[in-house]
Design a protein around this ligand. Structure first.
Ligand code: ADP
Ligand code: MG
Length: 828
């Protein structure tokens, strides 16, 4: 059976390939007609193509003409013609039935930037917006500058949105036919737009049409393990007061515990396992598992969120890996001192994929505050000459994931990558189309394993020195900033002159990496540094064997290893790559616990003993087993994390859509009185008992409880609609109500998001055997949402009835906590 399906799929792929290649041939043939045309021809032709689609012609019948025109435009502007493989990728990215959603796999240096132009141009012909997104702001800017003339010749307008672009300019850029940016910027703008107090503050002014994602693996895999969180500014009212003493108490408590109190689970366990374990081990306070980053706390302390945060901070967030303690600087860049004259240190996040340090970001959900308390405690007991900053926890204003950003695009979602992965198909529903390299790839790959880190480093340095002596360029890829500094120090000791990419800025990095292929150059970089930059070989380097790429440790996935290897031997160049590993690499040691489930039994016992390397392991195959399996288990973790983030994000996505739709309804409604009456009718229809009606309306409407429920409902309806009708002609009323309603929905939604986040832990403990945790979460999330909607309606009706009431003074039945801040609304 499987064989039959395989054959069918095989045939399908082959047929699709054949179809794509036929179109490519037709494009090249057709293009000769356009190569000699004058500039003004191109825009006119674009208009004609747009019209043909509008008049109902199929995409299939337009694609040859369209891409032939784009081909000629590229030639006119850039002076070279797209290669066949580039056309092939662009056609494939439309999908076999023009349904899009295809990832084209094209090796580094094969020219994905041009594919971007071809795809975006064809997508844009239906008049919907096109976003071209890159891995970072620098690349978005580079491609915008480089490709803009081609689009303009073709009569399409282009814009650029970077993180720092002013709102006014963003609005302009988003209104263009083609907008260059990053998914992150777009996600943040989307979230920010939907917290805007006025419609005119919003910057994305068109529906999401198509999106072309360059280096789609970086965006949709490497960065997708955590959701995007919009935090308020430091002086926002949405702050959770942080009880610092509580944090410090829990830290002291945590560090006072001994082995009997702390359980370490090498493999993921279920809530039931944990419960049983606590029963049989009464001294146990909590169990944690590094693999799936889970924490189970015994009954006595279970509700203690601060303790949970402190445990998470201690075991899952490492100094030098996830964050760094840096001097706190003021606006002028001067070190800040505390009242005792000691420098103040602050926690700066190290961004995993790039190794870049971010001074402005904070870990969410109280983890940041927990880390601060832990570092303060450590500094105190070690009598360090510094203090640690304490910051307030901010309430996120909006949350989304990359998957749900993609879900907002109506049209084609397509991407290019140097190294594909099943994740695209599994999680995002995007199959991969493999584009062959234009010339044969002659890169030589090697892998070496060592027992200790020391031996490994020596071998690496010998390797580098050998190249350095003859002037052969070397690019050394590391998995962390710390590792690159270690290598740099060792190189300096041997007197080897080199460049160290220290995540200074994307544009400087790009410039250095661009020169990594020159004679004699030695470049140490974290793997993501300078990505997307083409490395050309310098004079004489070819004869020396081309660029040598050295991986200091294996990455989180073999895909990233391959990406690193792919930085040499582009477009048929000579080159070689090697990946080093040792049994002391963090990737191996931290996975040792779960290796025993992944590797055959013979290794079980040896894993623990020999990873400490009291006794060296002689067998080479065992070494590679350890390293390869450790990497595999990290790959699985990544996939699981993305799936987990997406699954538990689904209720939020659905609810957020409703909330944002409601906000826009408020913005767009000409007649707010009608909207209020709709809300009134809905509330009355959904309320089935008298006591609830009294709870809702008794505060401001006299209700005669002896009447029938229908009579009471009628009375309430008449009372409130009479009152709001009397305001109907007052335009100020519409204005004030609009703003108050937005405030109400925002405050309640922010609280709802917090409830959903906390629920990921709280509701889980209810999901004992027999209950599917995800389903249980969804049900609870839905209940909480209905409750929120009721609260929002209740508040809106109260203010609609008495618009002179100050926002924030109305106290609700259940008293959701954000209402304490009262803001002045203009009185009528
Ligand atoms: P990738 O993104 O796939 O790694 P780039 O788009 O950066 O590759 O292109 C690599 C290099 O090849 C660039 O210097 C680019 O100018 C050049 N290039 C791309 N396409 C062509 C072409 N059709 N003809 C000539 N040079 C090209
Ligand atoms: Mg590129």
């Amino acid at each position: 059976m499987d064989g039959v399906i395989d054959k069918l799929i095989g045939n399908y792929t082959r047929n699709n390939k054949r179809r794509v290649k036929k179109i490519v041939e037709a494009i090249k043939e057709k293009s000769s007609e356009y190569l000699e045309k004058s500039d003004s021809f191109f825009a006119r032709k674009t208009e004609e193509l747009k019209r043909r689609l509008q008049n109902g012609e199929s995409k299939e019948s337009v694609i040859v003409d369209a891409l032939a025109l784009c081909y000629a435009a590229i030639h006119k502007i850039k002076g070279y013609k797209p290669y066949d493989v580039q056309l092939e990728a662009a056609v494939a990215m439309q999908g076999a039935h023009y349904q899009g959603h295809v990832v084209a796999e094209m090796k580094t240096g094969e020219g994905k930037t041009l594919v971007q132009i071809l795809t975006a141009y064809f997508d844009a012909l239906d008049g919907k917006s096109v976003h071209i997104v890159s891995a970072n702001d620098y690349l978005a800017g580079r491609d915008f500058e480089g490709n803009r003339p081609v689009f303009e010749l073709l009569g399409l307008s282009v814009g650029l949105v970077q993180a720092k672009t002013p709102a006014e300019e963003k609005r302009e850029s988003y209104s263009k036919d083609i907008t260059f940016s990053t998914i992150k910027n777009i996600a943040f703008d989307y979230l920010r737009d939907n917290t805007a107090k006025k419609k005119s503050d919003q910057v994305i002014n068109r529906p999401f049409g198509h999106i072309v994602i360059d280096e789609v693996d970086s965006t949709l895999i490497d960065e997708a393990t955590t959701p995007i969180i919009l935090s308020p500014s430091e002086n926002s009212p949405y702050k959770i007061g942080t009880d610092r003493k509580a944090y410090m108490d829990r830290v002291k408590f945590l560090y006072s515990l001994n082995e009997d109190n702390i359980g370490i689970a090498p493999n993921p366990i279920t809530f039931k396992d944990a419960t049983n374990y606590f029963k049989s081990h009464p001294k146990m306070v909590f169990i944690y598992c590094e693999w799936d980053k889970s924490v189970y706390i015994c009954d006595e302390y279970n509700g203690d969120k601060v303790l949970r945060n402190v445990i998470i901070a201690r075991y899952f967030f490492k100094n030098g890996v996830n964050y760094e303690l840096c001097n706190k600087l003021d606006e002028k860049g001067k070190v800040v001192f505390d009242e005792n004259g000691r420098p103040v240190k602050k926690i700066n996040i190290i961004d995993g994929p790039t190794g870049r340090i971010s001074a402005s970001k904070k870990f969410s959900n109280g983890v940041h505050q927990a880390i601060e308390a832990i570092e303060a405690y450590k500094a105190q007991i070690a009598h360090k000459e510094y203090s640690v900053e304490t910051s307030d926890e901010l309430v996120p204003l909006g949350v989304c994931t990359y998957a749900d950003v993609l879900g907002m695009y109506e049209g084609n979602v397509s991407g290019m990558t140097g190294t594909s992965s099943e994740i695209f198909e599994d999680i995002y529903g995007m199959p991969t189309y493999q584009v062959p390299t234009r010339k044969k790839n002659i890169r030589k790959d090697d892998t070496k394993y060592y027992l200790t880190k020391k031996e490994k480093y020596e071998a690496i340095l010998d390797d580098i020195e050998e190249c350095y002596r003859i002037g052969r360029p070397v690019l050394i890829g590391t998995t962390s900033v710390t590792e690159s500094e270690e290598i740099s120090m060792l190189l300096a000791k041997r007197g080897i002159i080199h460049n160290l990419l220290n995540a200074k800025s994307e544009s400087i990095e790009a410039a250095i990496v661009a020169n990594a292929g020159q004679f004699g150059s030695v470049t140490v970089a974290t793997n993501m540094a300078g990505r997307g930059t083409d490395i050309e070989l310098g004079d004489g380097v070819r004869a020396l064997g081309g660029l040598r790429v050295i991986g200091v440790s294996r990455n989180r996935s073999s895909r990233i290893d391959n990406q690193l290897r792919g930085r040499c031997s582009r477009q048929g160049d000579p080159g070689s790559s090697i990946m080093y590993s040792s049994l002391q690499d963090e990737r191996v040691t931290k996975n040792v616990g779960k290796l025993d489930t992944l590797i055959s039994n013979k290794l079980k016992a040896r894993a623990y003993i020999e990873s400490k390397l009291g006794h060296p392991i002689k067998d080479k195959s065992i070494k590679s087993d350890f390293v390869d399996e450790a990497q595999k288990s990290d790959e699985i973790t990544t996939v699981e994390m993305i799936k987990h983030v997406n699954a538990f994000n689904n209720p939020l996505v659905k609810q957020r859509k409703d909330v944002y739709r409601f906000r826009n309804k408020i913005f767009d409604s000409k007649n707010i009185v009608e909207l209020i009456k709709d809300i009134l009718r809905e509330t009355l229809n959904n309320t089935e008992d008298v006591s609830r009606l009294i709870e809702l309306f008794g505060g401001y409407i006299k209700i005669d409880a002896s009447q029938s429920i229908d009579e009471i409902k009628n009375h309430i309806y008449n009372e409130i609609s009479r009152k709001v009708d009397s305001f109907a002609s007052n335009s100020l009323y519409h204005d004030v109500m609009r703003r108050t309603m937005i405030k109400i929905i925002d405050a309640d939604w922010i609280e709802q998001m917090q409830i959903l986040e906390d629920g990921k832990i709280e509701w889980m403990t209810e999901a004992l055997d027999g209950k599917d945790p995800l389903l249980h979460y969804e049900l609870r999330a839905y209940d909480a949402f209905l409750y929120m909607v009721n609260c929002v309606y209740e508040e809106i009706l109260a203010y609609a009835y008495d618009p002179n009431m100050k926002y924030g003074t109305y106290v609700l039945g259940r008293n959701r906590n954000n209402k304490s801040q009262s803001e002045d609304a203009p009185t009528l």
